[in-house]
Design a protein. Structure first.
Length: 184
């Protein structure tokens, strides 16, 4: 018998001063049996950083044709494609060809460094690709918030992000590996 996804509910308050975006989102997240808390919290973080009414979680790990999150316009065109981890270069090229902007968030710095060194030269020409390294210690710290029902606040200002619950706050800084020419 196949293992089923675990469902998490997240009330997420976002104050993004960089985009003047102040909204509350109620998220339902299906965590694949092979997904750990760090990866799930990195998905929530990615949502918070790019929150929009049209941004949605996909089947992610369950399918090869979809990223972890995407944002489509009214015609169904993919405007934003967000993946987590060390994504295959072929998959990245395909995503860049089929969407306006592709974001890759890596969350395991040691593995990401090796991965990026191996594929970097193959991807430098992709103008709509951004690659960001998430800090390992802070991503691990986010797992303290992991509960089946979460109430989180996310504040974004300049180059800093704060995520908190009613007890603790985690401050994150990012490592920009590749900047896209596309603004989103």
């Amino acid at each position: 018998m196949a293992l089923k996804a675990t469902i998490f509910k997240v009330d997420l308050q976002i104050a993004d001063m960089n985009r003047n975006y102040y909204r509350d989102h109620t998220l339902t997240i299906a965590r694949h049996p092979s997904e750990n808390d760090e990866r799930m919290m990195a998905r929530i973080l990615a949502f918070a950083l790019h929150a929009d009414d049209n941004l949605e979680f996909t089947k992610g790990l369950s399918t090869e044709d979809e990223p972890d999150l995407w944002q489509k316009n009214l015609r169904g065109d993919v405007e934003l494609w967000i993946e987590l981890g060390q994504v295959d270069a072929r998959r990245i090229r395909k995503a860049c060809a089929n969407s306006n902007h592709v974001l890759i968030y890596t969350y395991n710095p040691k593995a990401a460094e090796v991965w990026w060194r191996q594929i970097r030269d193959d991807l430098t020409h992709l103008e709509n690709l951004t690659v960001i390294g998430l800090p390992e210690k802070e991503i691990k710290s986010l797992t303290q918030f992991t509960e089946r029902t979460m109430r989180l606040q996310c504040t974004i200002q300049d180059e800093q992000v704060w995520i908190s619950d009613s007890r603790e706050t985690v401050c994150l800084h990012f490592n920009l590996l590749k900047q896209s020419g596309v603004q989103h």
